[in-house]
Write a protein that binds this ligand. Structure first.
Ligand code: CMP
Length: 159
């Protein structure tokens, strides 16, 4: 299972209770290892933690279904997920990578299925909190755009 580099507090948080939960300060070192949040100060990481919840999925669970409305944004904290688009090859996303941003950004249906590739732990942020976060944290918006640009290039080369 792919896991973010984590100190003792973060490891305890990663292996904590199963199911959904709120993120407390123990999660700040875990969030600091997520590239999307890499430029944020500890104070700003705490802000992200205050908006987020964790969710665990068992292997093979459909996390996001193509064609449905988007209600949340996801960052993989532990494990991996498979993105299956209507065209092109499937992609594997690992710990530290994110998905579910597209439907929230353009208010259109989900573009792909995302399935748990083994057991997965995600951070989730709801639609309206995600919109506010992008406005209040330009560093996150910038990092997200950089990844989107890379994904467009990747999709173009595999089309
Ligand atoms: P969204 O459309 O909200 O839901 C499905 C998600 O899969 C999408 O957001 C992206 O996060 C992700 N996704 C779609 N296409 C690709 C791709 N080519 N590479 C990586 N991730 C993708």
């Amino acid at each position: 299972m792919s896991q973010l580099a984590a100190g003792p507090a973060a490891r305890a948080a990663l292996s904590g209770p199963r199911g959904s939960g709120r993120l407390d300060r123990d999660w700040v070192p875990v969030l600091a290892g997520v590239p999307l949040f890499g430029e944020l100060s500890r104070r700003h990481l705490k802000h992200v933690a205050s908006l987020a919840k964790t969710r665990r999925y068992t292997a093979g669970t459909s996390i996001v279904r193509a064609g449905t409305a988007g209600t949340a944004f996801y960052v993989i904290l532990d494990g991996a997920a498979r993105v299956v688009t209507p065209k092109g090859r499937p992609r594997r996303l690992k710990a530290g990578q994110f998905f579910g941003e597209m439907a929230l950004l353009d208010d259109s249906p989900r573009s792909a299925d995302v399935v748990a590739d083994g057991e997965v732990l995600t951070l989730t942020i709801g639609r309206s909190a995600f919109a506010k976060l992008l406005k209040s944290e330009p560093a996150i918006a910038h990092a997200l755009l950089r990844t989107l640009a890379a994904r467009v290039r990747d999709a173009e080369t595999s089309a």
